[in-house]
Design a protein around this ligand. Structure first.
Ligand code: SF4
Length: 329
């Protein structure tokens, strides 16, 4: 498959705001290492999952891919074009092709606007639709595509009059109305009731096929990722630690951190036994990440080498990459 997105050496360090006391007694600038040298490609038509615990850098990575934040270093190529080199109209044109679905449909929709105005906004910004009638036809088409039917029942409702699932459907309609090629979906079902999560995920799969979409799906939930994604990357403290085809990675995880995440996913079969990895401690400090392998303070297999030398991110099987000394000679 052709790559739609190519990410090379992407880094984002956020400066730490200091209080007066720290400014007087420490001159050293400090940074949060949110994303720290990440590279991967997303093929056309793929659902690429990016998973990890809170604070691992997955949301910042998604925002960098859409250039909603500027990088400290690195490049993101969209169909071969470096999005960080674009400005003005070129960037506006590219933005039509890349959209985002946010985690919280309560916050991402303007409470003072009706569904019609919310979905119409991208059409107005990008001057799409010759007249009101043509715009309304596009809005109807989108509401039908996200299964808010009949559309006339929803057009003049405000977000507070909708359920959580309906709100997320409006947010999805707004994201796809410009017929983008690429969507970053940042935990789009994590705020919804369990009973409606599956219907939103099924809708996303249906829309992907209907509109030839490619997704970056950000999640902390590996059961959702294994249901939805063709490829999966695991992130820890700003770095990728494992990447591969989802089935391969879930069945045969290599990195101890991935094993830990997978062993925490419940299996609906009491007779099924799998390797359990007990990890100690909590995620490290992204302002001062551990030297060597960033996972070493929590890893039951850590050696002196792990504490000193950062492992490379190597391909150990066909298309399966891992950053761990256990898989390096
Ligand atoms: Fe554990 Fe060492 Fe592998 Fe890091 S490099 S995951 S500390 S074994």
């Amino acid at each position: 498959m052709d790559p739609l997105i190519r990410v090379e050496g992407l880094k984002k360090l956020f400066p730490v705001r200091k209080g007066l006391h720290s400014m007087i007694f420490s001159r050293k600038a400090e940074y949060v290492h949110a994303v720290d040298g990440v590279s991967f490609t997303i093929s056309k038509g793929e659902i690429f999952g990016l998973a990890g615990e809170s604070g691992c850098g997955k949301t910042t990575t998604g925002r960098l891919l859409l250039r909603l934040v500027e990088p400290t270093e690195g490049s993101v190529y969209f169909e071969g074009e470096d999005i960080f080199s674009l400005s003005g109209r070129e960037l506006m044109r590219k933005r039509r092709e890349m959209q985002m679905i946010f985690q919280d449909p309560y916050k991402s929709l303007d409470p003072k606007k009706t569904v019609k105005d919310i979905i119409n906004e991208p059409l107005s910004i990008h001057k799409i639709g010759k007249n009101r009638r043509e715009k309304l036809e596009i809005i109807y088409e989108m509401l039908e595509a996200v299964k808010l039917t009949p559309p006339e029942d929803y057009l003049f409702k405000y977000p507070h009059e909708l359920s959580g699932g309906e709100r997320q459907r409006v947010a999805i309609a707004r994201a796809i109305i410009l017929k983008p090629k690429f969507i970053v979906a940042d935990e789009p079902v994590s705020m919804l009731d369990v009973s409606i999560r599956a219907s939103i995920l099924d809708l996303m799969i249906e829309l992907k096929d209907k509109f030839n979409l490619t997704y970056l799906y950000i999640t902390h939930d590996l059961s959702v990722a294994s249901y939805l994604c063709n490829k999966l990357a695991i992130m820890y403290l700003g770095k990728l630690v494992e990447l591969g085809a989802t089935l391969d990675l879930v069945k045969d995880p290599l990195h101890p951190y991935t094993k830990m995440l997978i062993s925490a996913v419940p299996v609906p079969d009491p007779t099924y036994k799998r390797e359990e990895i007990r990890i100690r401690g909590e995620v490290g400090n992204p302002i001062n990440p551990p030297p060597g392998c960033r996972f070493h303070p929590r890893c039951p297999f850590a050696t002196d080498k792990c504490r000193e030398i950062e492992p490379d991110f190597n391909e150990v099987k066909d298309g399966h990459f891992v950053a761990c000394h256990l898989f390096q000679s």
